[in-house]
Design a protein around this ligand. Structure first.
Ligand code: SF4
Length: 282
C-alpha cells in the first residue's frame, strides 16, 4: 500500500489527527542535516520514484472515505527537483481532487506553486518549512533557499490557498535566535498557523550535525546526552529548556494572531490550534 494510515509508531507524543500519508517519492535530495527519516530509510538522500505509484493510487483511493485527510509528505518532500519533469505529485493531487479528499502538503520547495491551479480548487492547505535564514546553505544544503520559500507562501496565500509555517526544528544555540524574525516574515506572507518543534537528534542526524557544525555540537552535546532524555530513538532537551523555547514561540505567535502548535513535544497546554499539523486550515 502506498496510501497508508499515518501512525508514527503509535507514539504518545504524536497528536496528529487521523489521516492518511502518501510519500510520492522514496528518499529526499534536500540533504537536511537534521533529517529524521534518514535513520530508518536506506539511501535516504538518493531520491527515487515508486514503481507503479499512480496506477496503484487510483485503486487504493477507492478504499478510503471521501473527505479523508491525506498528508503528503510525512517522510520525504513531495516536490524534489525531479518532480518538475515527472509531475508525479501533480498527478496524485488530481486523483485526490477527483475523490474529494482533503490534502495537506508539507514541503520546502517552491515547485508547489506550480500546482496552485489544482490546490485552489480542492480542499487543501500548504505548510512550508523554514528553519533559518542564516545557516540554510549548511543545514539544508540542497533545498530551495528560504527566501524562495517565503515567496511561495506569499504566492499561495494570495491565490487563496490556506498556508502555514513549519518552524521545525529549532536547534539550541543555532537558529533559536531567528525564531521571531522567521515568524514575522511568515506572517507577512499571509500564513495562518505555525507548527513548531525542537531538534531531537537520532544517531545519524547527530553525526551529521557534528560533522557540519563541530563547535556547536560540542556545546550542545551535554544538553542532550547528559541533561536531556531519550524517548524512542531520539534525544530530547530537558523539559524545562524545551518548554521555555516553545513558550516564547507561542507568545510571539499570539502577538501575531497566528495559531500555534508544537510537534511531538508533549506540552499540549501550549497549543492554541485545533490541529498540530495545520490541517484545521483546510
Ligand atoms: S526536506 Fe525533510 S525529508 Fe527531505 S532531507 Fe530535509 S528533513 Fe529530510
Amino acid at each position: 500500500m502506498y496510501l497508508r494510515e499515518f501512525d508514527p509508531w503509535k507514539s504518545e507524543l504524536c497528536t496528529c489527527p487521523s489521516k492518511y500519508s502518501l510519500n510520492p517519492y522514496t528518499g529526499c535530495s534536500h540533504g537536511c542535516v537534521y533529517c529524521y527519516a534518514s535513520s530508518y530509510i536506506k539511501n535516504f538522500f538518493k531520491c527515487r520514484t515508486k514503481p507503479g505509484l499512480i496506477e496503484k493510487l487510483k485503486r487504493e483511493i477507492k478504499r478510503i472515505h471521501q473527505d479523508s485527510l491525506i498528508s503528503l509528505s510525512n517522510t520525504s518532500d513531495p516536490y524534489p527537483p525531479m518532480e518538475a519533469n515527472l509531475g508525479i505529485t501533480r498527478q496524485c493531487l488530481e486523483i485526490f481532487g477527483k475523490h474529494y479528499m482533503r490534502v495537506l502538503i508539507i514541503t520546502k520547495s517552491s515547485l508547489v506553486c506550480r500546482d496552485r491551479d489544482i490546490l485552489k480548487n480542492i480542499k487543501s492547505a500548504v505548510t512550508i518549512t523554514v528553519t533559518t535564514l542564516k545557516f540554510a546553505d549548511k543545514l539544508e544544503p540542497f533545498a530551495p533557499p528560504p527566501l524562495e520559500r517565503f515567496k511561495s507562501l506569499e504566492e499561495l496565500s494570495k491565490a487563496g490557498i490556506p498556508t502555514g509555517l513549519r518552524l521545525d526544528p529549532i536547534i539550541p544555540l543555532l537558529n533559536e535566535e531567528e525564531i521571531e524574525s522567521i515568524l514575522k516574515m511568515a506572517k507577512d506572507c499571509g500564513i495562518g498557523h505555525v507548527t513548531f518543534s525542537s531538534f531531537k537528534p537520532r544517531l545519524d542526524s547527530w553525526q551529521r550535525l557534528k560533522r557540519v557544525f563541530p563547535d556547536l555540537s560540542r556545546k550542545i552535546e551535554p544538553m542532550y546526552f547528559k541533561e536531556g532524555t531519550k524517548k524512542s530513538n531520539a534525544w530530547y532537551l530537558k523539559d524545562e529548556v524545551r518548554k521555555s523555547i516553545i513558550l516564547s514561540a507561542r507568545q510571539i505567535c499570539d502577538s501575531l494572531s497566528l495559531t500555534f502548535s508544537s510537534c511531538r513535544e508533549g506540552f499540549y497546554e501550549l497549543n492554541s490550534a485545533s490541529s498540530c499539523d495545520g490541517s484545521h486550515l483546510i
